[in-house]
Structure formats: C-alpha cells, structure tokens
Design a protein around this ligand. Structure first.
Ligand SMILES: [Zn+2]
Ligand SMILES: [Zn+2]
Length: 119
C-alpha cells in the first residue's frame, strides 16, 4: 500500500494495489502543468486509488478532449492524469507519494520535447 498527499495536506490518498508501470512524461502540457521539465507518474488501476481526505478540494481540468488532470485546488499540487477511454486506469503523480517508491521509472514519453536546460 502506498499513501500520498498534496503540498498543503488537504488531499490524501492511498493506493491499494500494484504499480504496473511508471512513466516520466516530457510533453509540453505536463511541463506547463507541473512547472517543471516533466511529469512523473505511477500507473495503477482506478479501483486501487482511494481518496482518503479532501476530495472536495480536488479541482479537475480537461487539458485535451478525453484527458482529465486533477490537482489540489488549495495548493495546486498535481495529483492524477486520466484518459476517459481508459477510465479503468489512472496515473498518480510520483512526486506526491509519501510512501517512497523504490522502483525505477519504466517508461519515458514525448522525449522529443525534453528541454535543453536540464543539467
Ligand atoms: Zn493541497
Ligand atoms: Zn505529458
């Protein structure tokens, strides 16, 4: 079981299930949303993710048709990414984990938009 939370602690969640794969997404939308070089995610079954606190603080944004990004409306921490056509899966931001994820990221997406300013 993994637990996680947003920056302000309003939103808390648990993952009761396996992390099937992890990804770093370098797409320009993830860069904008995270304010960072990439968005790191753990891909889990939607049924494994349980919001244990602050569900009413979650704000959702459709960044493209059928794609929804959820974040804390209080502190802005990015929480999940989900495609409507694969609603049985959800990507949870690795940076909001409180339980350390010990594995290595398995997939890199959209590496063509990796910024040149990385060390
Ligand atoms: Zn928050
Ligand atoms: Zn992305």
């Amino acid at each position: 079981m993994y637990s996680g939370s947003c920056l302000c602690g309003a939103v808390r969640y648990e993952i009761h299930g396996d992390i099937d794969r992890t990804s770093i997404c370098w797409c320009t939308m993830c860069q904008k949303q995270h304010g960072a070089a990439n968005g790191p995610y753990a891909n889990v079954a939607s049924s494994a993710l349980r919001i244990t606190g602050g569900a009413d603080a979650i704000t959702r944004y459709a960044s493209s048709p059928g794609v929804e990004r959820a974040f804390c409306g209080v502190c802005g921490a990015n929480l999940t990414w989900q495609m409507a056509e694969h609603s049985d899966r959800i990507a949870v931001t690795l940076g909001t984990f409180d339980t350390p994820y010990e594995g290595l990221v398995t997939d890199e997406l959209h590496t063509d938009s990796k910024p040149g300013w990385l060390p």
